[in-house]
Design a protein around this ligand. Structure first.
Ligand SMILES: [Fe+2]
Ligand SMILES: [Fe+2]
Length: 301
């Protein structure tokens, strides 16, 4: 299937995408056994690329929740957007909790999270030195990259081909929910007066740190791995992921070019059909879970 494309003529107003508030699902996954090996088709690089993302999610998602939550008091006259924010908080909170369990299992297996302290320091510095709207712009940029990777995963079967079914379910679920709430932080940013230049600066910031953090984390995981992969196999796999059938480099580049357009809005890439297809194919996996998970009652009103 062709990757999603951005319309060449951008609407100056927000697209009218019918969007009920995103609901958090509870995936029923068993990760302990598959995480002990190279769960992605026996491929060390692919396995650790996803493991690296998992290691970074809980801190990142917690910081996104905190940032967006700060703007809830400004949305009293916007009940639709406020409901979207509460749905966003419910989904990201569930993601952070599930990925903490994933990461605890990685720690039991001897994999070290090399970035935890550094990320904590960086998040602390942004809270100290940047204004809330600056931090919201950074959240918008990271949410965009997450949505770009999610869109590629949902549209391109090569991304999870060969993965253990439990992990494929987990990553598909996360990609679906990232897509469902991909415009929430963006819409809050726009409603609260966020402009283009601040968003552009945040896009450059997120591009730099996402690339750097992923590199550090993946190299560390490969070093910790007792099932040593040859450098040649790792490089071949990395090439395939970025430039081969997974088309990750093209997806990221296209995503960056979309983000730097002044009139950009996340739903100009309308990939709801991919979400529907995935949910239809995996309806059984969520049959036993509650249809929605309400956000914490402590959320300020
Ligand atoms: Fe998430
Ligand atoms: Fe997200």
């Amino acid at each position: 299937m062709a990757p999603p494309t951005l319309s060449s003529t951008l609407s100056p107003t927000l697209p009218r995408v019918p969007s009920p508030p995103p609901a958090a699902r509870q995936p029923q996954v068993r990760l302990a056994e598959p995480l002990a090996g190279h769960w992605h088709g026996g491929d060390a690089f692919r396995t650790h690329l996803f493991n690296a993302l998992s290691l970074m999610f809980p801190q990142g998602e917690r910081s996104f929740i905190d940032t967006v939550r700060e703007f809830l008091p400004h949305l009293a006259a916007e009940p639709h957007l406020r409901a979207q924010v509460l749905g966003f908080i419910g989904q990201e909170g569930t993601h952070a909790r599930v990925h903490r369990g994933y990461n605890e299992r990685l720690a039991e297996l001897g994999f070290v999270d090399r970035l935890q302290a550094r990320l904590e320091r960086r998040i602390g510095l942004t809270r100290r030195w940047l204004r809330p709207l600056d931090r919201l712009a950074i959240t918008v940029a990271y949410e965009h990259y997450t949505a770009v990777l999610a869109a590629n995963l949902l549209a391109n079967p090569a991304v999870l081909r060969g993965a253990h079914p439990q992990l494929a379910l987990l990553w598909g679920w996360h990609a679906v929910e990232e897509t469902e709430h991909k415009a929430v932080a963006f819409d809050v940013y726009r409603r609260c007066g966020g402009g283009y230049l601040r968003r552009l600066a945040a896009g450059l910031y997120a591009s730099f740190f996402l690339a750097l953090d992923l590199l550090v984390q993946v190299l560390g995981l490969l070093r910790d791995d007792r099932q040593r992969a040859s450098p040649r196999a790792v490089l071949r796999s990395a090439w395939n992921v970025y430039f081969g059938p997974d088309r990750v480099a093209a997806a990221l580049w296209r995503g960056f070019m979309h983000f730097v357009r002044p009139g950009f809005h996340p739903w100009q890439v309308d990939n709801r059909a991919d979400v529907e297809r995935w949910l239809h194919a995996h309806a059984q996996a969520f049959a036993a879970s509650a249809p929605t998970l309400q956000p914490a009652p402590s959320a300020p009103s």
